[in-house]
Design a protein around this ligand. Structure first.
Ligand code: ATP
Ligand code: MG
Length: 185
């Protein structure tokens, strides 16, 4: 029992370090074109989408303002969300497997929504999906959302999840918008 507790503490310390690292590693503080960053991920998930028979659709605001931050870290977050979405739909038969990525502006923030038609978030009673090591997957580490939220927070933004209207889940990443000209479409 003592060893289990010790290992648990050690693991928690590792996660804290990763999160600090993510925050510190934010050397890049540049204007980021979110639409462009998202579209670039298509190549990375193409194979997974095909294998899982998932349809990925985009609804990107062409007048989206830029955000300031680390392009690669933001891509990491969206990639995590896309992978989670695909995993949530893996077992689902019957329903259409669809991921919809939406960008829009809301009250000075750029919002990136990733909606799926998967299993939906596990009941709150079973734990917080954003906490470290929370996973319902045999191969899962339970770190994807922890690190993702940490990146969002380091950018002055937020990451939340809610049930999607037609079933499934919507993740909402909000990042402060840079003032000034809108990014070119
Ligand atoms: N789109 C989603 N639909 C339903 N449940 C989800 C979704 N995304 C995350 N979850 C739930 O939240 C848990 C935690 O997600 P998280 O990405 O942090 O870890 P993981 O995917 O299990 O493992 P990994 O560390 O490899 O990403 C998942 O195991 C799953 O139960
Ligand atoms: Mg994950």
């Amino acid at each position: 029992m003592e060893q289990i507790v010790r290992d648990g503490r050690r693991a928690a310390a590792i996660v804290r370090r990763i999160c600090t690292l993510v925050r510190r590693a934010e050397t890049e503080r540049r204007p980021v074109d979110i639409n462009d960053a998202i579209l670039e991920l298509r190549l990375l998930v193409e194979g997974d989408l095909r294998r899982n028979a998932v349809n990925l659709g985009f609804d990107l605001d062409p007048h989206l303002p830029r955000v300031e931050g680390d392009r690669v870290q933001i891509q990491q977050v969206v990639l995590n969300l896309l992978k989670n979405a695909m995993e949530a739909m893996r077992g689902e038969s019957g329903t259409e497997r669809r991921i919809r990525v939406v960008t829009r502006t809301l009250e000075g923030a750029v919002e990136i929504l990733v909606a799926d038609t998967g299993t939906g978030i596990p009941a709150p009673a079973s734990g917080d999906i954003f906490s470290a090591f929370y996973t319902t997957r045999p191969q899962g580490m339970g770190l994807g959302l922890t690190v993702s939220r940490s990146i969002a927070t380091a950018h002055g933004g937020s990451l939340r999840a809610e049930p999607a209207p037609g079933g499934g889940t919507v993740f909402r990443l909000a990042l402060p918008a840079l003032p000034g000209r809108a990014a070119p479409a």
